[in-house]
Design a protein around this ligand. Structure first.
Ligand code: SME
Length: 159
């Protein structure tokens, strides 16, 4: 399933009354299953204390349940306000190992302008697994999720 089809599927689920947590879990599952190069797929959420914490994920359990902003590839993406495509994690000094099998990593921020809600983190056992078309697809899903985070926030404020 390509990224546009995943977003369509997520919109159907949203319109059918899926909860926000269900939408996040489905997004992770659909994304993970969309490419055999994806060996670990998850969402880290940014809390108001500027700490990333692990949300839904598929793949090997990780010790990195909490990551401070500025630490690792994930925390650096938030600190610098940009996505990270690391073709060879062995050459990345600021890398926190989740699994010794990981060779490359992609982090895409889920954001609305300067407001960062969360990030999609994908690890691959292949070097340089994430080409520009994969990155664009993950960015499309991140944009869809940013809308869902915004709606969830508005609903919680109204409650
Ligand atoms: N590699 C990440 C840590 C998260 S695990 O990959 C799931 C990092 O360097 O921040």
């Amino acid at each position: 399933m390509d990224a546009a089809a995943i977003c369509t599927q997520l919109s159907h689920l949203q319109n059918s009354g899926a909860t926000f947590d269900e939408l996040l879990s489905h997004a992770v599952r659909l994304l993970h299953e969309s490419n055999e190069r994806f060996d670990w797929t998850g969402i880290y959420e940014l809390d108001p204390g500027q700490m990333l914490h692990l949300g839904p994920f598929i793949g090997a359990p990780t010790d990195h349940v909490f990551i401070a902003v500025g630490h690792g590839v994930c925390g650096s993406a938030v600190a610098e306000g940009c996505n990270k495509n690391i073709p060879d994690v062995s050459k990345e000094p600021n890398y926190l190992a989740c699994s010794s099998a990981t060779r490359s990593e992609l982090v895409v921020l889920i954001r609305d302008g300067d407001r960062i809600y969360a990030q999609i983190d994908i690890d691959s056992h292949q070097v340089d697994a994430f080409d520009s078309s994969i990155e664009s697809g993950v960015e499309m899903i991140a944009r869809w999720l940013a809308g869902a985070y915004h709606s969830d926030e508005v609903q919680k404020q109204a409650a």
